[in-house]
Design a protein around this ligand. Structure first.
Ligand code: IVH
Length: 669
């Protein structure tokens, strides 16, 4: 009786293990969940109960073995086949030299195809599967011997405890454990919050997470893996690198979807350049791409030199994080009165550009991250164009002060306020010069005034020549010629382009007025909803709240702005000067081949400015908005795109389009 009960329990335990392991692969590796979270939890709890009752039924591939535990030290383990490292190249020339060397060594003049994949900046591991079951996970160590981190490896849900499908007697799977950038940021925030040393980059964070003595801590970090190859194997053979990747994928291992097989070194070189641009699209850090000869027969004939295969190269880029000294935190008062802190740093190379400035968010954020002037800090360029300070690079030096916002506006001396529930400090003075100055600077961009930029506006401001927008339209060539950097011709050209800017469409004028909360999408929505400024001025908060993208609060701000005496005078003056306060024919929505679709454009394009791209898309009937949602038809990505837009697009599965795709869409290619 008891034995038959045990037999049923054993069968059920096996069934549960299978189901749960399949569900984990489907969720973490294949991105195609096969059950609801609640169903998973219920089955998992059932297995836990069953194993408690029958401890003898616990197997090493049971998903319940993914929980924490303590190890006092990691045992050394020998890899069955050594884990080599990669020779690097950093230039197109280096890449082509290598290709020549490969061909020379192979002698026969036979074709050579390559496999290219991102080089993940994480930590190399060796996963040993015996008869399909994960029996050990080890770090690379010195390449011959690594450390047994099996307990920690098991907590990584993207690593299957049992391979899918028919399994070979033995295989060493090689891959890179990494921490996604989002996980890296969160981890550092947590570490800073508890006064611990921060991880300077995702690789260090991943390594630290994997070498925890307490695997419950590892389990708590969102580690993942990309598998890129195999070491020693028995009972399975491959002909090519690419076939090996396919096999690994089919057996439930997470291989990088961007791995590609290329037939010529020209294609490889082009892909390397392409990837340097695309690296920012990823939610994990890559420090280059790895190029491998595809044929395993060719690999064998090429061999290995000083544990570096002659059949592979790492094409590497400059790192995206660096350490430098934070010299000073300065404040800039924005055009809405918000006090924006920013950092001045000792110049440092990050991702191939020299960086001296970084944005900082607000007082609370600065202090939570323990960022202090005088300290060495970690600087990171992620998706954003402007670098960020991640946190201090080492333990704090004593005596450096916590950052405090000024109590009075650095420009007009008005007492600073911090509205309840808001993170930003503000100068409440509507007449604060910053607002005027920032509005003017902003206007040169909004109205596309060529030859008059921030520098010129600052000089004009300092000389008292321009205070408000209308002053700009009363400038004379004679006044400009007097200024540094202007001569006869450039002054005439600047005046001409100022005058031309009177023709900017109504929606742009609204945008340039610097109404709180109004970006270019809302400005356009206001313009097309009301059609004329008179109707807008007459609108009630309820009426404004009906405009797409507005809620009661934003509507209130708009109505308040137009209720202000000075603002109305400003509008009137601009109108008298000939600026457009009515919707032009060119601003009405068009019917066209793209009617009904919505695009977002991010980053810098080569062929057009972002505004031009918008105009062109709109001319074909498309809507162009500022933020990605599930309704977005496509995200057009240029260079240095916004990270959050990309992340959102990937989450919502919005197609990501390159500039080339855009050209096709516009019928130009
Ligand atoms: S193949 C013989 N492919 O880069 C070594 N390595 O210096 C073959 N890495 O420690 C390695 N992404 O951890 C390979 N897609 C990838 C990789 C990759 C990251 C790491 C690997 C190794 C280092 C090579």
């Amino acid at each position: 009786m008891a034995s038959s009960k045990t037999a049923t329990a054993a069968a059920r335990a096996e069934e549960l293990r299978d189901l749960l392991n399949q569900a984990l692969i489907a969720y973490h590796v294949e991105d195609e969940p096969i059950m609801e979270d609640a169903a998973y939890d219920a089955l998992y709890d059932e297995l836990v109960a069953l194993e408690e009752e029958h401890p003898e039924l616990v197997t090493p591939d049971s998903p319940t073995r993914r929980v924490g535990g303590l190890s006092d030290k990691f045992e050394k383990v020998q890899h069955l086949e050594p884990m080599g490292s990669l020779e690097k190249v950093t230039t197109d020339e280096g890449l082509r030299k290598w290709d020549e060397d490969v061909r020379k060594r192979l002698r026969t003049g036979e074709p050579v195809a390559y496999v290219l994949e991102p080089k993940i900046d994480g930590l190399a591991v060796n996963l040993t599967y015996e008869n399909g079951v994960l029996v050990r996970g080890a770090t690379r160590g010195d390449g011959v011997q690594g450390e047994d981190v099996s307990r920690n490896i098991r907590t990584i849900k993207a690593i299957p405890l049992r391979l899918k499908g028919g399994a070979p007697a033995l295989i060493e799977v090689r891959g890179e454990v990494y921490l996604p950038i989002s996980g890296f940021r969160e981890l550092n925030e947590r570490l800073a919050g508890t006064n611990q040393k921060l991880a300077p980059n995702p690789r260090n964070a991943a390594a630290g997470s994997l070498r925890q003595k307490n695997s419950a801590i590892t389990a708590d970090r969102p580690l993942s893996i990309w598998v890129y190859g195999a070491g020693h194997r028995e009972g399975v053979e491959f002909d090519t690198q690419f076939a090996m990747l396919e096999w690994l994928r089919e057996h439930g291992l997470r291989t990088n979807p961007f791995a590609q097989r290329l037939e010529s070194i020209d294609d490889v070189a082009a892909a390397c350049v392409e990837w340097e641009k695309r690296r920012l699209e990823l939610d994990y850090e890559i420090d280059g791409v790895v190029v491998k000869v595809d044929s395993l027969d060719q690999q064998r004939r090429l061999g290995v030199l000083h544990s570096r295969p002659r059949w592979a190269r790492a094409y590497k880029w400059a790192p995206m994080t660096a350490v430098t000294r934070l010299l000073e935190i300065r404040i800039r008062v924005g055009r809405t009165g918000a006090l924006n802190p920013w950092a001045i740093m000792e110049p440092v190379q990050v991702g191939g550009v020299t960086v001296t400035r970084a944005t900082l968010h607000n007082e609370e954020d600065i202090n939570r991250k323990q960022i202090r002037a005088g300290d060495d800090v970690i600087v990171q360029r992620a998706g954003d164009v402007i670098p960020q300070i991640v946190g201090p690079a080492g333990p704090h030096r004593r005596g450096t002060k916590e950052f405090r916002m000024p109590t009075h506006c650095p420009l007009c001396g008005t007492e600073i306020v911090k509205p309840e529930g808001e993170a930003m400090h503000r100068c409440p003075n509507r007449a604060c010069p910053s607002r005027g100055l920032e509005t003017l600077i902003n206007w040169t961009g909004v109205a596309d005034i060529e030859g008059v930029g921030e520098q010129t506006i600052r000089i004009l401001w300092e000389q008292g020549l321009v205070r408000l927008l209308p002053d700009l339209y009363r400038l004379t060539k004679e006044q400009l010629v007097e200024l540094e950097g202007f001569a006869e011709i450039s002054a005439s050209a600047a005046i001409e382009s100022i005058l031309r800017s009177k023709q900017v469409p109504f929606s742009r004028v609204l945008l340039g007025l610097n109404i709180p909360g109004i970006g270019w999408v809302l400005a356009r929505n206001l313009a097309s909803h009301f059609g004329t400024v008179d109707r807008l001025v007459a609108a009630t908060p309820e009426e404004v709240a009906e405009v797409e993208g507005f809620g009661p609060d934003r509507a209130e701000d708009v109505v308040d702005w137009f209720a202000d005496e000075q603002n109305r005078a400003l509008v009137q003056e601009l109108r008298d000067l000939g600026l457009r306060f009515e919707l032009g024919a060119d601003e009405r929505p068009r019917e066209g081949p793209l009617t009904g679709s919505t695009y977002v454009v991010t980053g810098t394009l080569e062929r057009f400015s972002r505004d031009e791209a918008k105009t062109r898309l709109e001319a074909l009937g498309a809507k162009v908005t500022d933020s990605v949602s599930a309704k977005t038809t496509g995200l057009v990505v240029g260079e240095e795109p916004g990270a959050s837009k990309l992340t959102k697009a990937r989450k919502a599965e919005v197609p990501i389009l390159s500039e080339a795709d855009l050209l096709v869409l516009l019928g130009e290619s």
